[in-house]
Design a protein around this ligand. Structure first.
Ligand SMILES: CC(C)(COP(=O)(O)OP(=O)(O)OC[C@H]1O[C@@H](n2cnc3c(N)ncnc32)[C@H](O)[C@@H]1O)[C@@H](O)C(=O)NCCC(=O)NCCS
Ligand SMILES: Nc1ncnc2c1ncn2[C@@H]1O[C@H](COP(=O)(O)OP(=O)(O)OP(=O)(O)O)[C@@H](O)[C@H]1O
Length: 202
């Protein structure tokens, strides 16, 4: 299995980059998508979250109350760690199962915001690809996409690894300070490189 971890800070452009890899036929395993699936109504994980945080963090139909949880965990570090200790092991197990389904693909993309923060996936990942832009762009793009306030976005950025730390650790970097067209070109370049690399590694 040849797995590329696609990582980056909030709003840096991971989802947009992942869509372009998908359009090139590459399977995508996205841990944010898995996390959302695990926190829908009726999933056993929701019982653990309700026990740990109380009913205020669960919607009337039993799903995760995402805005309430977002406000809480990016204000209180201990609560973020508590939520992560419930969700991360289950997300990890599910992500490995998903990756296993696409063993025959030339390579796969694992979209994972907290790759450098968690360390859980290093065993399965061959290379890391950072999508990176200026912090001001992360903030404005996230605010536009989600309607979050600037201070919420800043608190999320503060909880994540710094830009310089990620840039120092990544094997490859895509600069997403430009247009969508430029991003698409850069993703295609990386795709060609990874196609060659996985052939060479056989
Ligand atoms: C806090 C929650 C409810 C907010 O939900 P929401 O729908 O607004 O955001 P979504 O899940 O799409 O995540 C958006 C982005 O927030 C950032 N983010 C999410 N969780 C975390 C975290 N624990 N630490 C730092 N940043 C995070 C990431 O950049 C992520 O891409 C949700 O993100 C969550 O349940 N987080 C805990 C699970 C987790 O750690 N996910 C990251 C997987 S490695
Ligand atoms: N090059 C670009 N030019 C303009 N807007 C962009 C560009 N790249 C991404 N965006 C927009 O910025 C927002 C954030 O991008 P995206 O959702 O891909 O980021 P992300 O890294 O997946 O964020 P998150 O960590 O929140 O999941 C989206 O609305 C997206 O369409």
């Amino acid at each position: 299995m040849y797995v590329i971890a696609l990582t980056g800070g909030i709003g840096a452009g991971k989802s947009e980059a992942a869509k372009i890899f998908a359009s090139l036929g590459i399977p995508i395993v996205d841990v944010d998508v898995i996390s959302r699936q695990l926190t829908t109504a009726g999933h056993p994980v929701m019982t653990k979250i309700a026990d740990a945080f109380g009913r205020d963090f669960v919607t009337a139909d039993g799903a995760l109350n995402r805005p309430a949880m977002r406000e809480r965990i990016f204000a209180v570090d201990a609560d973020r760690k508590k939520l992560e200790s419930i969700l991360h092991p289950v997300i990890h197990e599910k992500a490995l199962q998903e990756l296993d389904k696409h063993r025959d693909a030339p390579y796969q993309v694992l979209a994972i915001p907290l790759f450098f923060e968690t360390n859980r996936y290093s065993g399965v990942v061959k290379r890391t690809l950072l999508v990176d832009c200026e912090e001001a762009q992360q903030i404005s793009r996230t605010m536009q996409r989600s309607g979050m306030t600037e201070s919420t976005v800043r608190s999320i950025i503060a909880s994540q690894a710094s830009r310089s730390y990620r840039r120092a650790l990544a094997n490859d970097i895509i600069d997403n300070t430009g247009t969508f067209e430029e991003l698409a070109e850069k993703v295609k370049e990386k795709h060609e490189k990874y196609m060659q690399a996985c052939v060479d590694s056989e």
